[in-house]
Write a protein that binds this ligand. Structure first.
Ligand SMILES: C[S@@+](CC[C@H](N)C(=O)[O-])C[C@H]1O[C@@H](n2cnc3c(N)ncnc32)[C@H](O)[C@@H]1O
Ligand SMILES: [Zn+2]
Length: 322
C-alpha cells in the first residue's frame, strides 16, 4: 500500500466538484484485465485507512483521499497496512490443505454450502471471510465442469453473483487466485472488513474466527450470516489416535453456538458429515494441516494408524440481533 501523502494534501484543499472530477478521471483510466473483476465489487468496498469509497483506477483501487491499493498480477489486493504473523498458516499448510480438499474429504461441506446458496438466488453479494484457498468462493461463482453433474442452471449458478474472498493470509490468496477466476481476492482482517455498511447479502464464514459486530455492520437488512462450525464428531479418528498429545479427545460446539446466538438469531442448523478412507499421503497432509496437531513431529504422526477420517460440521444460518 502506498499512502500518497501528496495527493492527500492536495485533496484537503480540493473543493467537492474538483473531487468529483478526479473520480471521473479515475474511471476513465484503462483497467488492465487482471483488475477488471474488481469493477463488480468496487461499490461495496471502503478504504481500510479512512473508510471513504474506493474506485477502480487503472490497476489500483484508490479512495477519494488518495490511498492507493495496487491489484496484483494474480488479481488480489492487499488491504493490510503490515504483514501478519502466520501462526502456522504458511505455504506448506495451504499446500497440504489443497491435497486434502482435492481428495474430497471436505466435498460434502463445499456442496452443502453451494446447495444452501443455490436455494437462495437472491443472495447475490457474498463475502467469504477467512476464505483460505477459496474452495467455497470459487464453487459459488463457477459452474461445475463435471459433465455427469446437473447443468449449471440446476446447481448454484447465477452469473450475476459477486464473490469477495477475504483472508489474512497472502499465501492462501495466492493459491486461491491461481489460474485466474472471477472472485475478488482481498488480503484483509475479519475484525476490520474493508466493506461498506449494509453492502452484503451474505457473509460466509467457514471454520474461521467470527467478528459478529463487523458481520452485522456489512450485512444488508435481511442479509444472512452462514457460518460453518465443526460438529461433535469432527476428526474424531485423529483426536482418538493422538489423544495423548491433545488437551481433549471429545469436542462439542455448544460454546460456539452460544456465542453465535448472543449476536445473531439462529434461523437454521444444517448437519453435514462424511467419513472417508485415508491413504498414507492424504493422512500425512491431514496431520500437517490440522491446527489441533500443529507441533506433532513427522515420525510420531506417521507411526499412528488412522484408516478413516470423519469431517463433521454444522451450517449455522442467522440474522443480526439489532
Ligand atoms: C481453518 S482456515 C479455513 C479456511 C477456509 N474458510 C476453508 O474452510 O477452507 C481459517 C482461515 O482463516 C484465516 N484467518 C484467521 N484469522 C483471520 C482474520 N483475523 N481475518 C481474516 N482471515 C483470518 C486464516 O488465514 C485461514 O485461511
Ligand atoms: Zn482512504
Amino acid at each position: 500500500m502506498s499512502d500518497r501523502k501528496h495527493a492527500k494534501r492536495k485533496n484537503k484543499q480540493r473543493s467537492a466538484p474538483a473531487r468529483r472530477e478526479k473520480r471521473a478521471c479515475c474511471k476513465s483510466t484503462p483497467v488492465p484485465a487482471r483488475a477488471a473483476k474488481f469493477a463488480y465489487c468496487e461499490s461495496m468496498l471502503r478504504c481500510p485507512v479512512c473508510a471513504s469509497a474506493l474506485h477502480l483506477a487503472g490497476g489500483s483501487l484508490v479512495c477519494d483521499r488518495g490511498h492507493d491499493f495496487a491489484i496484483s498480477k494474480k488479481g488480489t489486493v492487499n488491504f493490510l497496512s503490515r504483514p501478519h504473523e502466520s501462526d502456522g498458516y504458511d505455504q506448506d499448510f495451504f499446500e497440504n490443505r489443497r491435497i486434502v480438499f482435492e481428495a474430497g474429504y471436505y466435498e460434502h461441506l463445499v456442496e452443502g454450502v453451494a446447495s444452501f446458496f443455490d436455494a437462495r438466488p437472491d443472495l447475490r453479494c457474498i463475502v467469504d471471510v477467512g476464505c483460505g484457498e477459496g474452495f467455497y468462493a470459487k464453487r459459488l461463482i463457477a459452474p461445475r465442469t463435471d459433465k455427469s453433474a446437473p447443468a449449471p442452471s440446476e446447481t448454484c449458478l447465477l452469473p450475476s453473483r459477486t464473490l469477495i474472498g477475504l483472508d489474512l493470509s497472502k499465501e492462501a490468496l495466492q493459491v486461491a487466485a491461481r489460474g485466474g477466476n472471477d472472485v475478488c481476492w482481498i488480503v484483509g482482517d475479519v475484525a476490520a472488513l474493508p466493506l461498506q455498511d449494509s453492502s452484503m447479502d451474505a457473509v460466509l464464514d467457514v471454520f474461521t474466527p467470527a467478528h459478529y459486530a463487523e458481520f452485522a455492520r456489512v450485512l444488508k437488512p435481511g442479509g444472512l450470516l452462514v457460518k460453518v462450525v465443526p460438529g461433535a464428531n469432527h476428526l474424531k479418528e485423529l483426536r482418538h489416535a493422538f489423544r495423548d498429545l491433545i488437551r481433549h479427545e471429545d469436542y462439542t460446539n455448544q460454546l460456539v453456538v452460544d456465542h453465535f446466538q448472543r449476536h445473531f438469531k439462529l434461523l437454521e442448523r444444517i448437519p453435514l458429515a462424511k467419513t472417508t478412507r485415508t491413504t498414507p499421503t492424504e493422512l500425512k497432509a491431514f496431520v500437517r494441516m490440522t491446527p489441533l496437531l500443529f507441533g506433532v513431529d513427522e515420525k510420531t504422526a506417521e507411526s499412528r494408524s488412522v484408516p478413516e477420517i470423519t469431517v463433521d460440521a454444522e451450517l449455522l444460518v442467522g440474522t443480526p440481533l439489532r
